[in-house]
Design a protein around this ligand. Structure first.
Ligand code: NAD
Length: 393
């Protein structure tokens, strides 16, 4: 009898699980259902460009129905409310209950506000297409308000967190805002663009030479970096810093970190600080009929004590391992252990600049080659999921 595979999440982990499982399992062997809160698979690695208005929404929001159209995968657009692994059921926000033989949880991560007063209520985040659209509109509205009132807080943007999300976003603003200001009759010199990082340096993932390169390039384009100082409070129109300074700003974008998805943390699956613990074959350590892919799992290298980072490239690779292992669980054979391949890390600094490493820190890229390589890596991903076809039709 056909087994019921239920996949929660249509991001990198969930989509790649579905595509890979279907390669190995016919519709007679398994029915596959994917539940996602949006009808689209979102290319979150490019959201900073949507926020900065340098890419169209269609390029970062690909309809799941198109990507999975000929794969006999059911797509349910709904939000997961509760996972009941002991009853083999998942409750959705609409009230619908989905049953399964095997579950895949790929629900990603959530923004971590670290309990900083006022931050959640007064900041914008960059986790989805709708968040990116909100940022773009908010910035434009504040600039319009500045034009009328001359209120400096409306001409000040603070990005909290200097990881890749924060720096890529600030890079996009640095490129795009001069043009936006020109079109609104505002002097770009009136705009203050801050990136505040609690740690001693932004982009700590990169070697110093690339960090210096990124900072110099962005400072030249008007970005003010404040490092070794944490944001301690936010209001509608200001950001307080640990050193006692206050920045008057009505645009605060928080990119300070992520945490496990609370739906997963409270599900009863074995977990470690809100992220599910997994076996080397990516099964829950408490429930062998539940697999995990992406940020909602915590995966350690064999013998290592620091988990792998929550990145899109690892979620994609985990999805492929899970997709294969689902077929093994149903048809027999030996499951694959998850062994990540680190192709490198590339960060854009606006449209024509970037920094990156390829294969560990062995090869370093900067400038246009890094930016082009990032572009190419996105095209490679889209081609892998047949997204280029989905974009064109
Ligand atoms: P992150 O956790 O990597 O960075 C958050 C930064 O915010 C940290 O440097 C932290 O020190 C800082 N921070 C925390 N609290 C603060 C405070 N109170 N005040 C000021 N700064 C504070 O988060 P991210 O940038 O969203 O990245 C999440 C994951 O996704 C990472 O693994 C990252 O590598 C990956 N990512 C990759 C790409 C890419 O490959 N181009 C792009 C975006 C994200």
């Amino acid at each position: 009898m056909s087994k019921q595979i239920l996949i929660l999440g249509g991001g990198y982990g969930g989509l790649l699980t579905a595509l890979t499982a279907r390669k190995h399992l016919s519709a007679a062997e398994a029915s596959i259902t994917i539940v996602n809160r949006f009808p689209t698979h979102q290319i979150i690695t490019e959201l900073h460009r949507l926020a900065g208005d340098t890419i169209a929404e269609q390029a970062v929001a690909l309809p799941l129905s198109k990507l999975l159209g000929d794969k006999q995968v059911n797509v349910v657009v709904d939000t997961v409310k509760e996972i009941k692994p002991n009853e083999k059921q998942v409750v959705l926000s609409s009230g619908q209950v989905q049953k399964y033989d095997t579950l895949v949880v790929a629900l990603g991560s959530e923004t971590n506000y670290f309990g900083i007063p006022g931050l959640e209520e007064n900041s914008l985040v960059l986790k989805s297409v709708s968040d990116a659209n909100k940022i773009r509109k908010h910035v434009e509205d504040r600039l319009d308000a500045y034009k009328k009132s001359g209120n400096k807080a409306d001409a000040t943007i603070v990005v909290g967190g200097g990881g890749l999300t924060g720096v890529e976003l600030v890079g996009e603003f640095a490129d795009r805002l001069p043009e936006v200001c020109r079109s609104k009759g505002i002097d770009f010199n009136d705009i203050s663009l801050y990136c505040v990082e609690a740690g001693p340096a932004v982009l700590p993932i990169f070697p110093k030479v690339l960090i210096d390169r990124a900072v110099t390039s962005l400072e030249k384009r008007g970005v003010n970096f404040i490092t070794s100082v944490a944001i301690t409070e936010a209001t509608k129109s200001s950001v307080s810093l640990k050193d006692g300074r206050t920045i008057e700003s009505s645009t605060i974008i928080w990119t300070g970190g992520v945490k496990g998805n609370p739906v997963v943390g409270s599900s009863g699956l074995a977990e470690d600080r809100g992220r599910s613990t997994v076996t080397p074959t990516l099964q829950s350590t408490s429930h062998a009929d539940v697999f995990l892919a992406g940020d909602c799992a915590v995966v350690f290298p064999e013998g290592g004590d620091r988990p792998y980072p929550p990145t899109a490239q690892l979620a994609w690779q985990m999805g492929e391992t899970v997709g294969y292992n689902l077929a093994v669980q149903i048809k027999g054979g030996v499951m694959d252990k998850f062994v990540p391949v680190f192709s490198g890390t590339l960060g854009s600094l606006g449209r024509k600049d970037g920094v990156g490493t390829i294969g560990g820190n062995a090869t370093q890229l900067k400038g246009l080659p890094a930016s082009l390589m990032k572009e190419a890596s996105n095209i490679r991903y889209l081609s892998h999921i047949h997204g280029l076809f989905a974009l064109a039709h």
